[in-house]
Design a protein around this ligand. Structure first.
Ligand code: SF4
Length: 219
């Protein structure tokens, strides 16, 4: 009868290495090699950043034609669930990302800014499409770029950007989060909110883009 010897699978080899290690039978060099292969060390900050970058809760929010491309992200073709970003939330208080997908009119800007202010830190924003970033193809006095009234972390160019382009922007944002960008937008951009710049007495006459606390106009 012929006896055929098969090589042990990787899994079995690792199992035996683990047993030897527990018994204290591994030589120092083997133990070192085993530790390099089997043990991963990290810090709490890195683990939190890794989890945060892979579990965004975007706000259910669309502005114009770009929104249709954004909505298709959750479909099976692009399937944003691969990156853990598919849980769109219906309230800003549960969302940590707003994707501005479409044209922003001057009338809409304070509403968007209020929604952004209602999101809890750390929060992030993507400007999707030419309109939102630069007013796009429109030579129109009623539109405003998003950077004029709120901090934007990633701009996705195009008219409209394809869902793949938005995914590229999303992955850039993930790199930013996992690269330990400061959590608060004020530290991130060395900026202050408009409401912190304008003295209380000037709000009657000055052009403001953020409503004062308690003012429900435009809500
Ligand atoms: S960038 Fe193009 S697709 Fe997007 S909102 Fe503007 S006109 Fe529409």
């Amino acid at each position: 009868m012929e006896i055929k010897r098969e090589p042990l699978s990787d899994f079995r080899v690792r199992q035996l290495q683990a047993r030897d290690m527990l018994r204290g039978d591994l030589e120092p060099e083997e133990l070192e090699r085993y530790a390099e292969e089997a043990v991963m060390t990290t810090t709490v900050d890195r683990a939190v950043a890794w989890a945060r970058g892979n579990s965004f809760f975007p706000l259910t929010f669309g502005l114009a034609c770009c929104a249709i491309e954004m909505i298709s992200l959750v479909g099976m073709r692009t399937d944003i669930a691969r990156f853990g970003w598919e849980a769109f939330r219906a309230t800003p208080r549960q969302a940590d990302l707003i994707i501005l997908s479409g044209r922003v009119s001057i009338k809409m800007a304070p509403v968007i800014r209020r929604i952004y202010d209602q999101m809890l830190e750390p929060k992030w924003a993507i400007s999707m499409g030419a309109c939102c970033s630069s007013m796009g193809v429109f030579n129109n006095y009623s539109l405003v770029p998003a950077d004029k009234f709120m901090p934007i972390d990633v701009h996705v160019p195009g008219c409209p950007p394809r869902p793949e382009a938005l995914i590229h922007g999303i992955l850039r944002l993930r790199d930013m989060v996992q690269g330990h960008a400061p959590d608060g937008w004020r530290e991130r951009y060395d900026a202050v909110g408009t409401e912190e710049v304008l003295p209380e007495a000037d709000t009657e006459t000055a052009a403001i883009n953020v409503y004062q606390p308690g003012d429900t106009a435009g809500a």
